[in-house]
Structures are given as structure tokens and as C-alpha cells.
Design a binder for this molecule. Structure first.
Ligand code: HEC
Length: 159
């Protein structure tokens, strides 16, 4: 149980980071303390940070499954269903890169939302078979978008 609460706290912390990252100052190229990753400004890395949060929520769902802890499954899924949005400036880059495939990208996002909401509801009802079904579809949704677009978008989003 202690492990679970630590995991939950880690997830919450991560979301806190996502939200609080918005006003961060852009990396200064003259700073001697600049790490190799500090070129990843908030603007260019929002999607990636968001994704790291989604992966942690997926971990919460898995941990919930192994312990048959429906609250944890519900929390992980609900967090995915209401994940923060991709900032408009990144969205513009994605749209320009994908052109007429942009709608398909949006569709993947919508499917993940919908499936996560279904999983959260199934977990609330402690319906294990529906949780498992939604979990498989959710993971397929993540992987579907990655397989289709991740390699193409990474160079666009990372200067
Ligand atoms: C609509 C498309 C889309 C969906 C849906 C999606 N991803 Fe991603 N994901 C991306 C893209 C694009 C990147 C690459 C971002 C980058 O490199 O800046 C990415 C990157 C990642 C990364 C790597 C982060 C890093 O440090 O490089 C993880 C982890 C991840 N996604 C997890 C998930 C999980 C978990 C889900 C499902 C709950 C999910 N993603 C759903 C598009 C998507």
C-alpha cells in the first residue's frame, strides 16, 4: 500500500510539473549552467512532457491491475482522459508537418481520451473484464499514434 501511495504521489507531482512548467524562462544560451537538455524549452517540449505523464498514468493503471486496486486504475485512467492540451504553437507545427493527415492525428488523441474515460468508468464499477478490454485498446491507441507519427514529429518538435 505504501508503494501505491508513493506511485500516486509521483503521478501527482508529474502533473504538477506539467502545469507549473508554463511560465518557465526559455533556456539562455549564455548560461554556463546549461545542461545538454536545456535547449528543450517549454514551447518545444510540452508534448513530450505530456507524454511522460501519460506513461506514468499507464503505469498507475498497470499497478492497479496487479493489485486489483480499482481506485488506482480509475485515477490513472481519469488523468489520461483529462490530460493537458498540446500548446497551440506546437499544434501548429504538427499541423504543418502532417498536412492532410492532421485529422488522423487528432482522431488518435480523441480515441485515447474516449477509451481512457471508458476505462475509468469500468474501474469505478469494478468491472475487470471491461477494464482489461479498455486497457488493451488504450495501449493500442498510444502505439497507433506513435507508429504512425512519432518518428515524423520528433524532429519537427525538437529543434
Ligand atoms: C495523437 C498522437 C499520440 C498519442 C495518442 C499518444 N502519443 Fe505518445 N507521443 C506522440 C509523439 C508525437 C511523441 C514524440 C514527442 C517528442 O519527441 O517531442 C510521443 C512520445 C511519447 C513518449 C516518449 C517521451 C520521451 O521522453 O521521449 C512516451 C513515453 C509516450 N509518448 C507515451 C504515450 C502514452 C502512454 C500514450 C497513451 C496513453 C501516448 N503516448 C499517446 C504522440 C502520441
Amino acid at each position: 500500500m505504501r508503494l501505491l501511495s508513493i506511485l500516486t504521489t509521483a503521478g501527482a507531482l508529474c502533473f504538477g510539473l506539467l502545469w507549473s512548467s508554463a511560465p518557465a524562462a526559455p533556456a539562455s544560451s549564455s548560461s554556463p549552467f546549461r545542461s545538454s537538455t536545456s535547449v528543450d524549452t517549454v514551447e518545444t517540449k510540452r508534448l513530450r512532457l505530456l507524454m511522460v505523464g501519460l506513461a506514468q498514468d499507464m503505469d498507475r493503471i498497470s499497478t492497479g491491475l496487479w493489485h486489483e486496486d480499482y481506485d488506482l486504475m480509475q485515477q490513472g485512467a481519469a488523468a489520461i482522459a483529462r490530460h493537458p492540451k498540446i500548446p497551440p504553437e506546437q499544434m501548429k507545427k504538427i499541423k504543418a508537418a502532417l498536412e492532410n493527415e492532421f485529422q488522423a492525428f487528432v482522431q488518435y488523441d480523441k480515441t485515447v481520451h474516449k477509451t481512457a474515460a471508458e476505462l475509468a468508468e469500468a474501474a469505478s464499477n469494478e468491472n475487470l473484464s471491461r477494464v482489461l478490454d479498455a486497457h488493451t485498446r488504450l495501449r493500442n491507441g498510444c502505439m497507433g499514434c506513435h507508429t504512425a507519427y512519432r518518428d515524423r514529429l520528433r524532429p519537427v518538435l525538437t529543434p
